[in-house]
Design a protein around this ligand. Structure first.
Ligand SMILES: *[C@@H]1O[C@H](CO)[C@@H](O)[C@H](O)[C@H]1NC(C)=O
Ligand SMILES: *[C@@H]1O[C@H](CO)[C@@H](O)[C@H](O)[C@H]1NC(C)=O
Ligand SMILES: *[C@@H]1O[C@H](CO)[C@@H](O)[C@H](O)[C@H]1NC(C)=O
Ligand SMILES: *[C@@H]1O[C@H](CO)[C@@H](O)[C@H](O)[C@H]1NC(C)=O
Length: 227
């Protein structure tokens, strides 16, 4: 016991170094996209391109710091599956913005902020290629106001990088299922992943997963449930 004690300061300084380095390394030169639904207008959303971080749910600040435009819903309905390159932030009061703009989309870096008073329902959001998720609830007195997680293919060993065994195929298809009720901030974020699945429907027959989005035969899947 006694001999271990001196290791703690080292461990702690390594951890805090990582915490500092990760945001820097992850900083992208591209603007991030911010989407929220328009004030008093259920026929459109605002779509902003932001070079700097905006305080969640602060529309006035978004209008000041970002370049925003109004997108009529009529121009979106019918299309599914968008691809977001940089980060995507969505501020929501109702799930419909997500249903239209994020469900079955490819989003590597997603931030969801619940800005309304009504709790969000336990609906599932399906996202491809998700690597980083942050969720936030702006209400006062929420038990878990802000939480996050990262998803990695297990090839990337945590900490020290190990060489890949030759027979380990690369994960080429990632899909995550996220329970929207998590945004209510009443429970801590948990996730589990199943990796190297040759197909999704075959392994999770009860999962609502439209066949157009099924991966190709040669792809190795990483399926993550966030609950
Ligand atoms: C707003 O529009 C969406 C999509 O058309 C609909 O699902 C939702 O119920 C509407 N919400 C309100 C408060 O009218
Ligand atoms: C939002 O704007 C970005 C460009 O900043 C564009 O790539 C994206 O398709 C737009 N999304 C919608 C739903 O209009
Ligand atoms: C990036 O965001 C800034 C505002 O934050 C805007 O002025 C600029 O046009 C955006 N760039 C692109 C490529 O959208
Ligand atoms: C995403 O689409 C699936 C299948 O249509 C649906 O069951 C689910 O409720 C949608 N999620 C959201 C957040 O709208």
């Amino acid at each position: 016991m006694v001999s271990r004690t001196p290791q703690f300061p080292f461990l702690i300084s390594t951890l805090s170094l990582c915490t500092v380095l990760v945001p820097l390394a992850a900083a992208k030169p591209h603007n991030s996209t911010l989407i929220y639904h328009n004030n008093n207008n259920n026929n459109s959303v605002r779509n902003c391109s932001c070079a700097s971080r905006v305080e969640d749910c602060n529309k006035a600040q978004a209008n000041m710091l970002c370049s925003c435009r109004t997108v009529p819903l009529s121009s979106i309905t019918g299309s599914t599956g968008f691809t977001y390159q940089g980060g995507l932030t969505v501020w929501l009061k109702d799930p419909w913005v997500l249903r239209l703009l994020v469900n079955y989309s490819s989003v590597p870096d997603l931030r969801l902020a619940a800005c309304g008073a009504n709790p969000l329902p336990p609906e599932y959001l399906t996202v491809f290629g998700l690597k980083r998720l942050r969720i936030y609830n702006s209400a006062v007195g929420v038990e878990f106001p802000e939480q996050g997680l990262s998803i990695e293919g297990l090839e990337k060993a945590r900490g020290k990088q190990r060489p890949l065994p030759q027979e380990t195929p690369h994960i080429s298809f990632m899909v995550s299922f996220l329970d929207l009720a998590l945004l209510n901030g009443g429970s801590s974020l948990k996730a589990y992943s199943v990796k190297h699945l040759p197909s999704i429907g075959g392994y999770f027959p009860n999962l609502l997963f439209p066949s157009p989005f099924e991966p190709a035969d040669s792809q190795h899947c990483l399926v993550t449930f966030i609950y």
